[in-house]
Every structure is written in structure tokens, then in C-alpha cells.
Write a protein that binds this ligand. Structure first.
Ligand code: PAF
Length: 278
């Protein structure tokens, strides 16, 4: 496994590696969810590259950039185990050198849901993903369904800007109690951790009703919210959304491929999760 720190070295390694090349972009603090992405990439490519970069451009001024978990040693151990070939670990100065001032505007999608709560977040995501894909030119790039809006947005980005990379979406990995695995779960105290699976239970409530034939989207939103509101450790609900998976437009009637997504706060920790109804 080669570890590369500069754009030049990474670009060269990707140019010269056996194809197909799969890229797994990450912000480090790797867990089983990332393990799944790397394993899928390993199965489908001759070369697997992983980027580890905590992208400051996708954090707001009040957000947890400085607290974001970092564990390069642990990350490299996991990546060796999963047999990654190339690991890109650029510094902030390498990715955003003095004079850097070109940004990717991800359009209307970027202003919805997470984007409404975290202004500028998706501009940062779209910009760094474009940079990483342009630098490495992978055949496939792998993203987790856990960040449901991100995968929709990145798929549109790759399509709209002819990035020449297929975006592969990998299912969410969950703890046995249903909590979606996330780097930020380490911030939950033990009571919050016990309460957190309510998020998945709430999403399952929507799925259960939908399976019984319910198609009123507002009723599903109300029911999801009702389950979340039963948990006293949830301090606030940022949103409950029942939207078309492709456009993220809120629906009146559930039809087609639908993304049910929620964001809640347990103390200082924000949890997001989603399911697809189709
Ligand atoms: O999902 C993430 O970890 C990040 O948003 C990504 C895609 C690596 C961009 O920084």
C-alpha cells in the first residue's frame, strides 16, 4: 500500500496504475461503513485508491471541523487489512493552496435539507469531490447511502460535468440495534448512544406504513416525527423529509423512488439517516 501526500504523486500513481481504478473518498476516522466501500471497490477494480482529507470547505464556521475525529494510524491499519493500493493524505495547503478560488456550485439540490441547515456545505463537498475525481480520474467512485443527499448530488455532479467516473452507491452499514455507523457516533455519551437507534425505528415506521399501502407523504412525515418525539434525549429535529430520490423535491403522494430522510440533534451531536422506498 502506497501513501501519497502530494497532488503530483497521487496523479502520477493513478495514471500509471492497473485499470480499472476505484476511488473511495473519505474524511478518515474510518469505520466498518468505509470498510464496506473499500471491499466493494476491491471486488470491482484492479486498483483501489482511498483519499483521507478532512475538507474544511464543507464545514461551517460554527461546525465541528476542529473536533472532527482523526486517527490516521487506525485508518491505515484498516486500509492495509482491506488491501487498498493507494492512500492519498494531502494537507489543507496541498488541496487549497494560496490563490485557490474556483468553486463548484451544486445548484438547487445544495440548498435543500442538509444544505438548508448547513449553508455552503455542499459547495465544499462538490468542490472537493470534483478536485479528487479530476486528480485521480477513477473509473468508479464509491459513496455510502448513509449520506443520501450527498450521493444524489455527487451523481448529478458527475453526470452534469462529464467527470467520466461512475458513481457507485453502497448501502448503509448499521450497528446490530439499527444505528447507522458514522464517524460522529463517538461523540454520543452512553445514554445518547442507547437512545440513538430511535432514528432508524422512526424510518422503519415510514417503511412499515408504506408496505401496508400508505401513500400520503405528509402522514409518513408526521408518523416519523411522532416516533422521534417519543425519545426525550432528542433535543431537536432538523427535518423529516419524504422526497423524490432523484430531485429531493418534497412529495404529497409517495410514488417512484423515494428518499425518507431525517436529521436530529442529541446534545451536540447531529445524526442523519435515511431509507429508500421503491
Ligand atoms: O462523505 C464524506 O466523507 C465527505 O463528504 C467526502 C465525500 C469525502 C467529501 O469530503
Amino acid at each position: 500500500m502506497r501513501i501519497l501526500e502530494t497532488n503530483q504523486d497521487m496523479a502520477r500513481a493513478c495514471r500509471e496504475c492497473p485499470r480499472p481504478l476505484g476511488l473511495v473518498p473519505t474524511m478518515g476516522a474510518l469505520h466498518e461503513g468505509h470498510g464496506m466501500l473499500v471491499r466493494r471497490a476491491r471486488k470491482e477494480n484492479k486498483t483501489v485508491a482511498v483519499s483521507i482529507f478532512v475538507n474544511p470547505a464543507q464545514f461551517g464556521p460554527q461546525e465541528d471541523l476542529h473536533k472532527y475525529p482523526r486517527d490516521l494510524e487506525g485508518d491505515l491499519r484498516l486500509l492495509r487489512r482491506e488491501e487498498a493500493d493507494l492512500v492519498f493524505v494531502p494537507t489543507v495547503a496541498e488541496m487549497y493552496p494560496p490563490g485557490f478560488d474556483t468553486w463548484v456550485d451544486a445548484g438547487a439540490l445544495a440548498g435543500l435539507l442538509e444544505g438548508a441547515i448547513r449553508p455552503g456545505h455542499f459547495r465544499g463537498v462538490a468542490t472537493v469531490v470534483t478536485k479528487l475525481l479530476n486528480l485521480t480520474r477513477p473509473d468508479q467512485a464509491y459513496f455510502g447511502q448513509k449520506d443520501g443527499q450527498q450521493v444524489t448530488l455527487v451523481s448529478h455532479l458527475a453526470r452534469d460535468l462529464y467527470l467520466g467516473t461512475d458513481i457507485i452507491v453502497v448501502p448503509t452499514v448499521r450497528e446490530p440495534d439499527g444505528l447507522a455507523i458514522s464517524s460522529r457516533n463517538v461523540f454520543l455519551n452512553s445514554a445518547q448512544r442507547r437512545a440513538a437507534p430511535v432514528v432508524y425505528r422512526a424510518l422503519n415506521r415510514a417503511q412499515g406504513l408504506w408496505q401496508k399501502g400508505e401513500r400520503d407523504a405528509e402522514l409518513l412525515r408526521r408518523e416519523v416525527r411522532a416516533v422521534l418525539e417519543c425519545e426525550p434525549l432528542i433535543d431537536s429535529i432538523d427535518y423529516v423529509s419524504v422526497a423524490a430520490a432523484e430531485s429531493l423535491e418534497e412529495l404529497k403522494t409517495v410514488k417512484g423512488r423515494v428518499l425518507v430522510s431525517v436529521a436530529v440533534r442529541l446534545g451536540a451531536t447531529r445524526l442523519i439517516d435515511n431509507i429508500i422506498l421503491e
